[in-house]
Design a protein around this ligand. Structure first.
Ligand SMILES: [Zn+2]
Length: 185
């Protein structure tokens, strides 16, 4: 089985948000279209959400935009909500991450009730392949794809459905994911 993993396509990571990436709106709309048309053959569709409560040094007054960030995606706020284009998308399950840490990888996420983590959910649904897309290419998409590879999933990164913080960072992350064994689409 194959799953589409939509990473952090949330308001705060899109234009107008606390940490908006330039391509966020376009990518959110494009992902919604792919999901509506059968998710590229994926039997399952899940989404991760950055969901900060008290993430420590992840937030900073003078962020460096590498290790520290302006306040974003506070749990249960509009900024942490999915982009409106994806509000009604057929997502089977959401995984919240970063409550008390950076939470870059979707694999650190759990269902909203905290009951199941992403890997357990995927295994319970016989998923062996994941298509990864979302925001941001150079941070949470990267961390999620690398973690998926490490856990033995076969991974494709759908680059036309990804938005980076910076172009250079996104390009470097794509090469890193490719070198680690991801198929870059
Ligand atoms: Zn964050």
């Amino acid at each position: 089985m194959k799953a589409l993993v939509i990473v952090d396509t949330q308001n705060d990571f899109c234009p107008g948000g606390a940490l908006g990436t330039a391509d966020g709106d376009r990518v959110a709309a494009a992902i919604a279209e792919v999901v509506a048309r059968g998710a590229g053959g994926c039997e399952h569709v899940v989404a991760t959400q950055d969901w900060h409560i008290d993430p420590g040094s992840h937030f900073a007054e003078n962020p460096d935009f590498v290790h520290t960030w302006p306040v974003h995606c506070r749990a249960d706020t509009e900024g942490a909500a999915m982009h409106p284009a994806l509000a009604d998308a057929a997502v089977e399950e959401y995984f919240h991450k970063g409550q008390y840490d950076d939470g870059y990888s979707g694999f650190s996420g759990t269902t909203p009730d905290g009951g199941q983590d992403l890997e357990a959910w995927l295994r319970a649904h016989d998923v062996t392949q994941v298509d990864v897309c979302g925001i941001a290419t150079d941070f949470c998409v990267r961390a999620t794809a690398l973690d998926a590879l490490e856990r033995g999933f076969s991974v494709r990164v759908l680059t036309s459905l990804c938005s980076p913080v910076s172009e250079e960072g996104g390009a470097a992350a794509i090469e890193e994911m490719r070198a680690a064994g991801a198929e870059i689409i």
